[in-house]
Design a protein around this ligand. Structure first.
Ligand code: SF4
Length: 343
């Protein structure tokens, strides 16, 4: 039974456990609902860069901050298709297209829908992140065949006003509702390292887990501090807090795919491995994530090989929950324990 009425205290009780207990619970639940050693890979392309009218305090693309970013107009369809083809060749199954807008302008909609259909024709899943959507825009993108729409809640409702003043938390929830109503899959998560408190991290998870349906995909980002943005000197995030947030997301949204997103460039391989242990099962490939650096694809593939992780292939069956799945895992642990005792 999927739960949608989490209290802060309930989530805090999960988050604050001894780390080994938290990881064990997250990994056990992960195995019930997901293939244990599989990771889904997406690739993200910035299709319109910079000059955004919003004021997100972490973002180098906000027009009001002087970050030295090269602005780019909406990309040509052919350029997008070319990158999507390369993404598929490097093992991505989903291609995400991001544009720095408050909301997509009406004149861009025909170009965006053409991008969706051409990328889908390559056999890739499609995702877009274009800012706020109204019902008509969500319907148009859904009709074009867009599979996922990303719109993050970013942080807790209380901390949100310290990070963004040009749109409200309620605006974000409305866009998520339009995406869901249009029949697209919801991708929504947040960013850690925004000088938030532990209660804010828990509040973000509560907002996500108490949506009418859990997001299909929950990206957990770590702030990449960009000079020129208000958060360039934000306090460093404790990596263990990042891992705790991933594990708690896995436990309270057991069927969602939890994605490691921005900030992987500054994570060690060991920290990423701990995140996979905690239930992360998706990441972005590619040298940049919109405008911030990301590990090289080869480096990711080498880590997967060292960890024995397979990447999800298009058409792989989704694991459906059965109570037996847990007992198979437990039986394996029991039998290993017995073997160890007989030595
Ligand atoms: S995060 Fe998105 S909406 Fe906010 S400033 Fe950056 S591009 Fe604009």
């Amino acid at each position: 039974m999927i739960k949608h009425d989490w209290t802060r205290d309930q989530i805090a009780a999960i988050y604050e456990q001894p780390l080994m207990d938290l990881l064990m619970q997250a990994q056990t639940l992960h195995r019930e609902h997901h293939h244990a050693n599989q990771v889904q890979v997406s690739q993200l392309m910035s299709i319109k860069t910079g000059a955004c009218p919003e004021d997100c305090a972490y973002c180098p693309q906000a027009g009001i901050y002087d970050t030295g970013l090269d602005k780019e107009k909406l990309a040509a369809i052919e350029a997008v298709v070319e990158q999507a083809r390369a993404a598929k060749a490097s093992g991505a199954t989903r291609f995400c297209m991001g544009a720095a807008w408050r909301e997509p302008p009406a004149k861009a909609m025909p170009v965006l829908t053409a991008m969706v259909s051409e990328v889908k024709a390559l056999g890739l899943e499609t995702c877009m992140t274009l800012g706020m959507l109204d019902a008509d825009q969500a319907g148009t993108l859904a009709e074009a065949g867009l599979d996922y729409y990303n719109h993050n809640l970013d942080t807790s409702p209380e901390h949100y006003g310290n990070i963004i003043t040009t749109r409200t938390y309620g605006d974000r929830l409305e866009t998520l509702a339009e995406v869901r109503n249009a029949g697209m899959k919801v991708c929504s998560g947040g960013i850690l390292g925004l000088d938030e408190s532990q209660n804010d991290r828990i509040g973000l998870l509560q907002s996500l887990a108490n949506l009418p349906e859990h997001p299909d995909s929950v990206p957990i980002n770590q702030l990449v501090k960009v000079p020129g943005t208000p958060l360039e000197d934000a306090e460093d995030l404790d990596p263990i807090d990042f891992v705790r947030t991933v594990a708690t997301a896995r436990i309270i949204m057991p069927r969602s795919v939890v994605r490691l997103s921005a900030g992987r460039e500054i994570m060690s391989d060991e920290m990423q491995a701990l995140c996979f242990m905690a239930g992360a099962n998706s990441l972005f490939y590619g040298e940049t994530l919109l405008t911030t650096p990301n590990p090289e694809t080869d480096q990711d593939q080498a880590l997967f090989k060292r960890m024995g992780i397979q990447t999800t292939q298009q058409g792989d069956p989704v694991k459906t929950y059965t109570p037996q799945a847990k007992s198979a895992w437990e039986q394996k642990v029991d039998s290993l324990a017995k073997d160890a005792m007989s030595l």
